[in-house]
Design a binder for this molecule. Structure first.
Ligand code: 26W
Length: 813
């Protein structure tokens, strides 16, 4: 240790102890891990602030273009290790804490996860925030400061129960409350035409109700601490805290009722993942944060530049899916109603500033809102949407006279069983660029949901394949592997993900492969300890760790994996003398609270686990572990310990996936369909280093069109037939033999997700994985090549592409 470093550790130690004493009012002897965490976070935060204030000021002074990322979800996880690591303070902090008798890991684990998101879309937003800061791009993230993030999952006998999540109970040391930064958000009421001059009539919205959006800012530190951006989350505050008169007359609850209703807007994250929310509160949340964000950025722009007409040169507003798509009507309202800008000019400003990312093709996840609800909650916006639609349809009619089918197809309003506003269509017409999140997905956007739009505006849709931040998902989550990479490639690999390429030749080096395997083994030992502690289950770290971690959804096909587990269990019992590759099947993921079938799939995993894990004839050849309460922190434990990565969605249904990238980066081989970004992972790691199986998107489509049924697949596969019979007859559910009858019938019937059709191909691919595992040089060669060749999936690359092609802002590495 050099003297500077020692001095710095001592200074940090002093700062931490001061925070503990004077901010938390705790003595050293009485302090618990949580207190140490808060004191440490506050001390670390101090080191970020000067830089934060500097870069924020410089952005305005230099007139730099700002990126605004609007997202209803930011799935951030814990922040201590991330901030400390990006500031280059990890070792200093460990040294600072050690003489106090405080362990860095214990402190780190005392932080609660910020789980302000459901899954991929929310985690992508968090990775993007980190990359924006690391690439020195001035940016704000705008979202909602949910008091309760994604529910806590508790599994009782394999049944999922949801409990509220309480991340703010002990305070959030990273955020700054800004009670003075508040915007009024209106709801309901009426619209009045007011003549403001001889030739101008303006529409004035008189909302029936006004809620305040109050800012809470979290600094987001980039790699090496050079740049700091702001994540600004809005909290709802009622204008009238209570009706004093009612209170004084003794109606204590009634006096608070309005306030409770208004503040409910930022109470909980919508616990739905790709199921239609369809509820008023959700729409209120969407408008609430979108309007607050736009008011905020417009005010900032006007303060610096004085005129809204320059907005497209100075700001880029990215809509993370359609959840903030009301921004298009809101920005038009601000321009036209509040600033008197003529419609056409306002439209140019809006379209020039806004762009939209689509994250799903699933019809049930494409947002639309009933016209009567919109009219009641946002009457002026509904008028504006009608006007946008009229202009849009006029242009379409002029270009394609007489094409009524086309008009109906591209209209912003869906006619049919009740009129609805199609938010995807609104987002498309109001944006200068629309992007998908993988090559396949963007291609499918052009061919399916936006087919007609694509014909009308062939330059609008572009692809931006997702990425992940390597700081969190490699350097912080897997320090062992990171150390090995730095030894092999030098510290440059920490700054430039593509430098991983240099690893490829080392795949041929037996000594290096051994070290790579040793790192993996150590990570697996840590995960095995966690499995033992959580599930009271012993697993052998030398077995293949076969991992499927993600939201539970039929299209992601956890069911296919479980049925293959049953088939393997049967095969091991039938031929116990064969050389079976020992496997641990590891699952984690949450089901949406209302998604009964997804919950039943969790229960089945649990039932199969109970039978398999308790069967002495299987010995240690097969174990099944379902870890509860999947979140970012659990992913950080599982990802570095995985050997095999299950990415087995029905082709054409997973927009991209990002877990697939995290696992490949950490040296897991992918077992996958040709879906989402798996296609691009295969292109990069090479066919021999990935296990691809199953129907292609086109084949799935053809089968569905032909009305194919699972029955044919079952006829052709005795193995599948046996598995289905075992499960439906109650072999795994002796307490309720009929439990899975209906679930299995869905595979025998329509089998929309092609579980039956892909079963044999999947089983065969799994045996190819076994064969590779038995040849350990071959396995580890593939594993090293996975790490070596996925540098391209860094979110730095993704953000650089957005910057160049969509936002037109410079990247400064
Ligand atoms: C209305 C409820 C709702 C909520 C969230 C509908 C749809 C969503 C998201 C679109 C779901 C989501 O997280 N999509 C995922 O986005 C990731 C980031 O682009 C992709 O990697 C995943 O493939 C995609 O499923």
């Amino acid at each position: 240790m050099n003297l500077d470093a020692a001095g710095d550790a001592a200074a940090l130690r002093d700062a931490i102890v001061r925070k503990l004493t004077y901010d938390l009012g705790r003595s050293r002897s009485g302090a618990r891990d949580r207190d140490w965490f808060l004191a440490t976070a506050l001390a670390v935060r101090d080191r970020v602030i000067d830089r934060w204030l500097d870069v924020t000021r410089a952005t305005y002074e230099q007139g730099e273009k700002q990126v605004y990322y609007l997202s209803l979800e930011f799935l951030v996880g814990r922040l201590l290790r991330d901030s400390v690591s990006n500031l280059g303070l990890t070792e200093t902090l460990k040294e600072a804490l050690a003489p106090l008798g405080v362990d860095f890991d214990a402190v780190r684990l005392a932080e609660s996860d910020a789980a302000l998101g459901n899954g991929g879309l929310g985690r992508l937003a968090a990775c993007f925030m980190e990359s924006l800061a690391s690439l020195n791009i001035p940016a704000f993230g705008y979202g909602i400061r949910y008091e309760h993030g994604l529910f806590r999952q508790i599994l009782r006998e394999g049944w999922q129960h949801e409990y509220p999540e309480d991340w703010l109970t002990f305070g959030n040391p990273w955020e700054f409350a800004r009670p003075e930064i508040a915007h009024d958000i209106g709801f309901g009421g009426s619209v009045e035409s007011v003549r403001v001059s001889d030739n101008e009539v303006r529409q004035v919205w008189h909302p029936a109700e006004t809620v305040q959006a109050v800012a809470y800012d979290t600094p987001v530190v980039g790699w090496r601490g050079r740049h700091v951006n702001t994540l600004r989350l809005w909290s709802a505050r009622a204008l009238d805290p209570l009706k004093l008169e009612a209170f004084n007359f003794g109606d204590h609850v009634g006096a608070l009722a309005d306030r409770m209703r208004q503040e409910a807007i930022s109470k909980v994250l919508y616990p739905s993942d790709e199921t239609p929310a369809g509820q008023e509160l959700r729409l209120r949340q969407e408008y609430f944060f979108t309007s607050a964000a736009l008011q905020d950025l417009v005010r900032r722009h006007l303060r610096v530049y004085g005129d809204l007409r320059s907005l497209p040169e100075r700001v880029a507003i990215q809509l993370n899916d359609t959840h903030p798509a009301i921004a298009i009507a809101e920005l038009m309202r601000i321009c036209v109603d509040l600033h008197g800008i003529p419609w056409d000019e306002a439209w140019a400003i809006t379209q020039g500033s806004i762009s939209y990312t689509n994250h799903t093709l699933l019809p049930e996840a494409l947002e639309s809102w009933a016209v009567p609800l919109m009219e009641r909650l946002l009457p002026r916006h509904m008028q504006i949407i009608y006007l946008i639609n009229a202009h849009h349809l006029d242009a379409v009619r002029a270009a394609h006279p007489g094409d009524v089918r086309l008009l109906a197809s591209v209209s912003l309003i869906e006619e049919g069983h009740g009129r609805r506003v199609r938010m995807g269509h609104l987002a498309f017409v109001g944006s200068h660029k629309v992007n998908g999140v993988s090559a396949l997905h963007s291609d499918l956007l052009k061919k399916t949901v936006f087919r007609d739009f694509h014909a009308l505006a062939p330059d609008r849709i572009v692809n931006k394949t997702n990425g992940i931040t390597f700081r969190r998902w490699l350097q912080q989550a897997n320090p062992g592997l990171t150390g090995l990479l730095v030894d092999a490639l030098g510290p440059r690999v920490l700054d430039d993900a593509e430098a991983l390429d240099g690893l490829a030749p080392l795949a041929e080096d037996a000594g290096f492969r051994d070290r790579f395997a040793a790192v993996k083994l150590a990570n697996k030992e840590a995960l095995a300890a966690l499995i033992r502690q959580q599930l009271d289950l012993r697993v052998d770290p030398h077995a293949m760790f076969d991992v499927q971690i993600k939201r539970i959804h039929e299209y992601k096909r956890q069911l296919l994996n479980i049925l293959e587990t049953v088939a393997l269990y049967d095969a091991i019992r039938a031929q116990p003398h064969l050389n079976w590759v020992p496997r641990v099947k590891i699952f984690a993921g949450k089901a949406a609270a209302s998604y009964h079938r997804a919950k039943l799939i969790i229960k089945l995993a649990h039932d199969v686990a109970r039978v398999v894990n308790g069967d002495p004839t299987v010995r240690d050849l097969l174990k099944v572990a379902f870890l509860p309460n999947y979140n970012v922190s659990l992913a950080e434990m599982i990802v570095p310990a995985a050997d095999l990565s299950e990415q087995i969605s029905t082709a054409g249904m997973e927009a991209s996936g990002t877990g697939n990238m995290k696992l490949a980066l950490n040296g897991a081989l992918t077992m996958g369909t040709l879906d989402g970004a798996n296609v691009e992972i295969r292109e990069r790691v090479g066919d021999p280093n990935i296990f691809i199986f199953g129907l292609t998107t086109e084949e799935v489509e053809t089968r569905r069109r032909d009305g194919s049924h699972g029955a044919a697949a079952i006829q052709a596969s005795p193995r599948l037939g046996e598995v289905l019979e075992a499960v439906e007859s109650g072999v795994f559910s002796p307490d309720d033999r009929g439990r899975y009858r209906e679930l299995m019938a869905s595979i025998r019937g329509h089998d929309y997700f092609m579980v039956g059709a892909d079963f044999d191909s999947y089983f065969e691919a799994q045996r190819r994985a076994d064969t590779r595992w038995e040849d350990s040089a071959a396995w580890w060669r593939s594993a090293v090549l996975n790490t070596a060749r996925v540098g391209w999936f860094s979110s730095d690359r993704t953000i650089a592409e957005y910057a160049e092609e969509i936002w037109r802002v410079p990247v400064r590495r």
